[in-house]
Design a protein around this ligand. Sequence first.
Ligand SMILES: Nc1ncnc2c1ncn2[C@@H]1O[C@H](COP(=O)(O)OP(=O)(O)OP(=O)(O)O)[C@@H](O)[C@H]1O
Length: 259
Amino acid sequence: MNDESKTPKIKMAGKGVEVFYGAKQAINGIDLEVYERQVTALIGPSGCGKSTYLRCLNRMNDTIDICKVKGLLTLDGEDIYDPNIDVVELRARVGMVFQKPNPFPKSIYENITYGPRIHGLAKSKADLDVIVEKSLRGAGLWEEVKDRLLEPGTGLSGGQQQRLCIARAIAVQPEVILMDEPCSALDPIATAIVEELIGELREQYTIVIVTHSMQQAARVSQRTAMFHLGDLVEVDDTETIFTNPSEKRTQDYITGRFG
Ligand SMILES: Nc1ncnc2c1ncn2[C@@H]1O[C@H](COP(=O)(O)OP(=O)(O)OP(=O)(O)O)[C@@H](O)[C@H]1O
């Protein structure tokens, strides 16, 4: 093993991150690093700020009027809240998959091609065809939909729709994929398929996932960050968090004593 394989690169970092909704503080000054090509899980009881923190990473909180973000957040060392940052481009580099599958009310094909079109990633229909096949294969959906690409995305099953949303996210060649409880609306079989997919995606992408399921965090992530009441309680290798956490609050949460 060379040094590089031992020390993963920091892909995204937060330093002193505070988030306010009006006068109410939801994140109390968090430092958190996300390593490249790893899955980082954000866990903690309801309302502790997991989704709020996740949304800081691609400035999704900008869409909420009363929300103010302070502190430093970087992507490859670059301040993503710098006024010169193009937010549309940032959200292509840091894509997002939501809790409820939300395909556009358009065909499977158009769901995938919308992003690449607006980002100018394709010059021709042939280019788009390649992107569609590659993205659907990447999301493990190609075999199931290749004969019905012009049918509405909303006609797919819930699990297929979520994989379509993952395909849509990867179609614009992101570097980071944020997932906010991506399996909470899925049945156990669809959940297992998406979890397996997350394992494959991390070979190419950096992933940050919010999950309420301890088992899911343990299965899919390499690092786990425990949140409580707007604080980062601790962050460590997933195995350490689940077998030997440093903090009592983490121990209590993972053993079901609160939350
Ligand atoms: N749009 C909003 N307007 C006002 N307050 C908000 C908004 N979104 C979140 N909050 C508040 O911020 C705090 C953190 O919420 P957040 O959704 O980030 O927590 P969470 O850990 O993701 O919760 P859950 O697990 O229930 O999804 C909560 O007190 C919540 O009520």
